[in-house]
Design a protein around this ligand. Structure first.
Ligand code: BES
Ligand code: MN
Ligand code: ZN
Length: 496
């Protein structure tokens, strides 16, 4: 999709569709009022007939409105004017774009972007509009024989004053980067396990490195064995696919500035291993590399924005399968950190690949390390599908991540990392066990990771409930790319 920014009046737009808002009880937005005036009241006539009253979630497409140059006018319900905040604004943008993609319209002018949304500024409005427009028109039809192409090619985002153009251009640039980062993540996460295996993830990372001139190192099995990453290797043992450790460096910051390190769980399929999962919905475990996909998407967005920071991405990639070589419940391995782990459940594999990647991160002397993982079903039980679980050893880092998520409505909610829970990971035979029993599973999983992250500021995002949708709209969401990218944008400002 192509975007441009403009200030202008709605009746003068020569395009396929002009999109304007209507608040509840048929209250016209400014742009709708201008169209209505040019049409000698034809718009308010339509509304008075009762076809639309401005409720959120409703739209009305009007053809050949007199007095304006566009082919169509799309009215979008905005709900109560007093309650028109961030969520309602983004929902209206998404609905508008979704509705447009169902028409034959190829170019449209969006006047929703000139409506004030307290407490946000123009940059925010345009950033959100661009990234959400890209997300609303996203399709994953790579494996469909009949692809229905989206006719919508061009979106013009309107601001009310020329003085806002510079702020809007900045928001547009950021919004496109975030939107494309999300689409990249969704494309990758939606791929099935037979195509997206650890080697495929590595090649994808290599291609990204090529595109943005990043340094890329990929460790194969032998190199990992030499280092002593036996927790990671234990997970891959039962699979015909060899594991990888993928490392990418983006260097947009000062030469010696410590990097932010993002670590993404890259289990390309999680069968559970010998602790085999039940059959229902097991296909969704192709999404168990969503953490990896999201850190690559965030890296892409940061590189596209040319953020003045150093950013390192580490992806432990493996497939968790049961065969004759597979790790058994009760097996004991030595992690890269030197700590020994009793693997009581081979389905708690995410923490095993992450702990070695987190220890590996130490060598980069990071400013902060954030891992992103579809780590526990327990996190979905705790928070459902709206909030990502956040854990952190450093309050300032937790605050920065919570704030970043609020800003783009890609929210996280913090859970505790108290020492009380550490006791649950005791093993009679090794330094720790890889499971902590029935209760507080998201927390005990995070506590396990905490044992490997004592040397730097660390946060953990459990995206088990937020990375994909199930049911009839099954598909990757692209979360938490917006959260991560907003965090990095703020981090770069604080560094400058
Ligand atoms: N990838 C799963 C977590 C998961 C399950 C995410 C369902 C989303 C939906 C993870 O590897 C896993 O299997 N975790 C186990 C841990 C348990 C064995 C302690 C779980 O959550 O059941
Ligand atoms: Mn598992
Ligand atoms: Zn898993």
């Amino acid at each position: 999709m192509e975007f441009s920014i403009k200030s202008g009046s709605p009746e003068k737009q020569r395009c396929g569709c002009v999109v304007v808002g209507v608040f509840e009880q048929r209250q016209l937005s400014l742009a709708a009022e201008l169209l209505d005036n040019a049409a000698a009241g034809a718009l308010s006539d339509i509304l008075r007939r009762g076809d639309m009253d401005g409720k959120a979630g409703t739209t009305l497409l009007v053809h050949n409105l007199p007095g304006s140059l566009c082919e169509r006018v799309l009215l979008v319900g905005l709900g109560k004017a007093k309650a028109f905040h961030a969520k309602a604004y983004v929902a209206a943008i998404r609905l508008a774009v979704k509705t447009l993609t169902d028409t034959g319209c190829s170019d449209a002018a969006l006047f929703l972007t000139e409506i004030p949304v307290a407490p946000h500024d123009t940059t925010w409005r345009i950033r959100q509009a661009a990234s959400n427009a890209l997300q609303a028109s996203y399709r994953f039809d790579r494996f469909k024989s009949n692809k229905k192409p989206v006719a919508l090619r061009k979106l013009t985002l309107i601001v009310s004053r020329r003085g806002e153009l510079a702020a809007a251009e900045k928001g547009l640039h950021e919004g496109i980067a975030i939107g494309e980062g999300c689409s990249f993540t969704r494309d990758l996460a939606n791929l099935p396990g037979n195509i997206c295996h650890p080697g495929y993830l590595a090649e994808t990372a290599r291609a990204l490195a090529e595109e943005y001139q990043l340094e890329c190192n990929i460790l194969e099995q032998d190199a990992m064995a030499e280092l002593g990453m036996h927790a990671l290797l234990a997970v891959a043992r039962g699979s015909a696919q060899a594991p990888r450790l993928i490392v990418l460096h983006y260097r947009g910051g000062k030469k010696n500035a410590p990097p932010v390190v993002l670590v993404g769980k890259g289990i390309t399929f999680d069968s559970g291993g010998i602790s085999l999962k039940p059959g229902a919905d097991m296909d969704e475990m192709k999404y168990d590399m969503s953490g990896a996909a999201s850190v690559l998407g965030a890296l892409k967005a940061a590189a596209k924005m040319a953020l003045p920071i150093n950013l390192t991405v580490i992806i432990p990639a493996a497939e968790n399968m049961p065969d004759g070589n597979a790790t058994r419940p009760g097996d004991i391995v030595t992690s890269l950190s030197g700590q020994t782990i009793e693997i009581l459940n081979t389905d708690a594999e995410g923490r095993l690949i992450l702990c070695d990647a987190l220890t590996y991160a130490e060598r980069f002397k990071p400013a902060a390390v954030i891992d992103v993982a579809t780590l526990t079903g327990a996190c979905v039980v705790a928070l459902g599908h709206f909030a990502t679980g956040l854990f952190s050893s450093k309050p300032a880092l937790a605050r920065a991540l919570l704030r970043a998520g609020e800003e783009c409505d890609d929210r996280a909610w913090q859970l505790p990392l108290w020492d009380d829970y550490q006791d649950l990971l005791k093993s009679p035979f090794a330094d720790l066990a890889n499971i902590g029993g029935r209760w507080g599973g998201a927390i005990t999983a995070a506590c396990f990771l905490a044992r490997f992250t004592e040397k730097y500021a660390w946060a953990h995002l459990d995206i088990a409930g937020t990375a994909w949708n199930s049911g009839k709209d099954k598909g990757a969401t692209g979360r938490p790319v917006p959260l991560l990218t907003h965090y990095l944008m703020h981090y770069s400002e604080s560094e400058a």
